[in-house]
Design a protein around this ligand. Structure first.
Ligand code: AMP
Length: 633
């Protein structure tokens, strides 16, 4: 069946369509009802069905492919490669699950995982899934404040942390960040399980709280832990994501819907099946990492390649050398990563035998045409953009080469994925925008399987964040979009204060709060400014409590702000530039005019300024831009 027919069926007869897709996974008890939509927009898929993500990702493949590689974890930071078969994965995941049980973790308990791309991160996640614990992976690049906020929201029974990460050969000890986060958190976890790779041997243990994975792993030996069968709609995991407020939202995912959606997308979008190899360069701490480094490939019996390190270390050929060595069929990365590679010679790619590589998928941020063209020419393979969000968990807009490859249109991530009823809505009229007219991209509920079920312990926030933007009950993606007459959709950027730095989603409010934590700061506005390499970078405009013309004092304050952000939120949020001004542009009601600031910083039209309170503030910003930032360039 071609794309059009399959798509129509998926949205017109969703129950029949999804009942069929559900057959792709193992059910301990089959679903009694495919869709329960009695309390819109909340919906339940595969009601009454009992399944388990770990069983589907691991146990299920033991009979047919015990000696096939399940996971290849390559680190060019530690120079260690681990090739793990399904049989070995089963053993390691069971051992990890036994350790979790020994630490008192059970069904429904939360476990925060703070680890880089190492094999144990995958074991930890799957072990949680096995025993019905709810994992919440926190990106290793986030620092203590971010970790503490997530701990307080998830209230975990256990935190699992690596001793350290490493970036470009520089070891980043995690333990001091864990200690700081636990000290800051109102509800710190009673236990911290440390998985050490000997990167930070000096780190001290906290008596009674910290336990060593290696010691417990040796104790449990080859223990086997029975799978906990979960009702399809029980929570499987939480993943925090930034929004308009400083407080991140705990995106909650279910069990059965998640597994079914991933199985479908592995086949139709990513074109990967049993025995084939997928290489996603994402960090396990992002949604892509959950869906396409861990669960997706394993659920379909494929091999997942996990990479820790820079894409240019030891040289810009490393990813392609891995593609050649392991016979990667589908690769999944981000436009920023390709822009990093683009600074190097294309021979780093061409020198490798990539005959088994079929597709390169890119997602997470807009794919610009020069980047798409460069990598397409260098690889000689289709380069496929796809659009989705942490909230959706799998692509919303894409091309589906596993089903029916439609032509690529540069600048568009493609057509609606199966199961997604998409519309573009005019923000003021609330009506459907005409072809080629700008509006907000929305999903008509019920959201398909795999998308978030709610915000952790905050149904109200789920409703107010996503479903309260229009008269009609619609899920707002909070992205501007245009749909052309062929149905291809183009994404034009966020409608809220979220910025996208190197494919990482950051809330400007969170950065503002962090900057304001530096004592000299009176007020700060953070905006995203276009950047050739990273897409966008955070830029700060701040006023000081004690204004000064003394350059050294201004530079010192600006430097302090930058370091505060790095220390509290992590290097990913580090402001590229800090401008110190005497006033910030605000409306008469006191709202910061972030959009005007952003336009000025990018040299474009600042838009409607009729609500501006103090015209001097605008002049102040213009002068600062002319003068140059106090730090950054
Ligand atoms: P995240 O939740 O971190 O995956 O970020 C989701 C946001 O990234 C979306 O709301 C978009 O603003 C942006 N995004 C993701 N994929 C694309 C894409 N292919 N093209 C344009 N923007 C994208």
């Amino acid at each position: 069946m071609g794309y059009e027919a399959e798509y129509q069926r998926s949205v017109e007869q969703p129950e029949a369509f999804w009942a069929e897709q559900a057959k792709a996974i193992h059910w301990h008890k089959p679903p009694q009802k495919i869709l329960d939509y009695y309390d819109p927009p909340f919906r339940k898929w595969f009601v009454g069905g009992q399944t388990n993500l770990c069983y589907n990702a691991v146990d299920r493949h033991l009979a047919e492919r015990p000696d096939q590689l399940a996971l290849v974890a390559v680190s060019t930071e530690t120079d260690v490669t681990r090739e793990i078969t399904y049989r070995e994965l089963y053993r390691e995941v069971n051992a990890f699950a036994a350790v979790l049980k020994q630490l008192g973790v059970g069904r429904g308990d939360r476990v925060v995982v703070y680890m880089p791309n190492m094999a144990e991160a995958v074991f930890a996640v799957l072990a949680c899934a096995r025993i019905g614990a709810i994992h919440s992976v926190v990106f290793g690049g986030f620092a203590a404040h971010n970790l503490a906020v997530r701990i307080d929201d998830a209230q975990p029974k256990l935190l699992i942390a690596a001793d350290a990460g490493s970036r470009g050969g520089k070891v980043v000890p995690y333990k001091p960040l864990v200690d700081e986060a636990c000290a800051k958190a109102a509800t710190p976890p009673p236990k911290v399980l440390i998985v050490s790779r000997g990167l930070d041997p000096a780190e001290p243990r906290v008596e009674g709280r910290d336990v060593d994975y290696a010691t417990l792993r040796a104790e449990v030996g080859d223990a086997e832990v029975p799978v906990e069968w979960l009702e399809s709609n029980e929570p499987s995991y939480l993943l925090y994501t930034s929004g308009t407020t400083g407080r991140p939202k705990g995106v909650q995912r279910d069990v059965g819907g998640h597994a079914v959606a991933l199985a479908l997308s592995m086949r139709t979008v990513f074109d990967v099946g049993p025995g084939q190899v997928m290489f996603s360069t994402s960090d396990v701490g992002w949604a892509v990492g959950h869906s396409y480094n861990i669960y997706g490939p394993l659920i379909v019996g494929a091999t997942s390649l996990l990479y820790e390190g820079l894409p240019v270390n030891p040289d810009a050929g490393i990813w392609w050398a891995l593609c050649e060595k392991y016979g990667v069929r589908t690769m999944f990365s981000s436009p920023t990563a390709i822009r990093v590679l683009k600074k190097h010679d294309a021979s780093f790619i061409r020198d490798h035998d990539l005959s088994r590589l079929k597709w390169l998928f890119l997602a997470g941020e807009p794919l610009d045409e020069p980047t798409a063209t460069w990598i397409h020419d260098a690889l000689g393979k289709p380069v496929i953009d796809n659009y989705w969000q942490t909230e959706t968990g799998w692509p919303v807009l894409c091309l589906l080469p596993g089903l029916d490859l439609k032509p690529v249109k540069f600048g568009s991530p493609g057509l609606p994925n199966l199961g997604y009823k998409l519309r573009v809505i005019d923000e003021t009229t609330g009506l459907e925008a005409k072809a080629n007219e700008k509006g907000v991209l929305v999903i008509e509920p019920p959201l398909p399987p795999g998308c978030m079920t709610t915000v952790w312990r905050d149904d109200q926030r789920f409703l107010s964040s996503y479903f309260s933007h229009f008269k009609e009950l619609l899920y707002s993606s909070l992205d501007w979009a245009i749909r052309d007459e062929d149905g291809y959709t183009f994404i034009l950027g966020r409608t809220d204060d979220v910025i996208n730095v190197a494919g990482h989603r950051l809330g400007t409010r969170e950065i503002e709060e962090s900057v304001s934590g530096f004592p000299a700061v009176a007020e700060a506005a953070v905006i995203g400014v276009n950047d050739e390499l990273k897409g966008q970078v955070p830029v700060v405009f701040a006023t000081l409590r004690q204004a000064t013309d003394e350059q050294a004092a201004r530079v010192q304050a600006a430097d302090g702000m930058r370091k505060t952000v790095e220390r509290t939120l992590g290097a990913v949020a580090r402001p590229a530039r800090v401008y110190i001004v005497n006033a910030l542009p605000k409306t008469r009601s006191g709202k910061l005019l972030r959009r005007s600031l952003q336009a000025l910083a990018q040299g474009s039209d600042p838009g409607d300024l009729s609500t501006l309170d103090d015209p001097n503030a605008l002049e102040e910003v213009k002068r600062a831009l002319q003068r140059g930032p106090e730090v950054g360039s």
